[in-house]
Design a protein around this ligand. Structure first.
Ligand code: ZN
Length: 59
């Protein structure tokens, strides 16, 4: 399992995304970001994605 907390990518939020693969986690982060933080596809820049992947932990 892999996981990442919203806090790890610079927000003040306790949401944690978990999944079997990096892609699954990133998909959850994407949905959460859009629903809760009002982000759009334009906010998911390559830099942001790299930061999120770097912050990802094996759970
Ligand atoms: Zn969040």
């Amino acid at each position: 399992m892999k996981s990442i907390s919203c806090r790890d990518i610079g927000t003040d939020c306790d949401f944690v995304a978990t999944g079997m693969t990096e892609d699954e986690v990133m998909q959850q982060v994407g949905e959460h970001g859009k629903q809760i933080h009002g982000m759009t596809d334009a906010d998911f820049t390559p830099e942001m994605m790299a930061k999120a992947k770097a912050a990802m932990k094996d759970a």
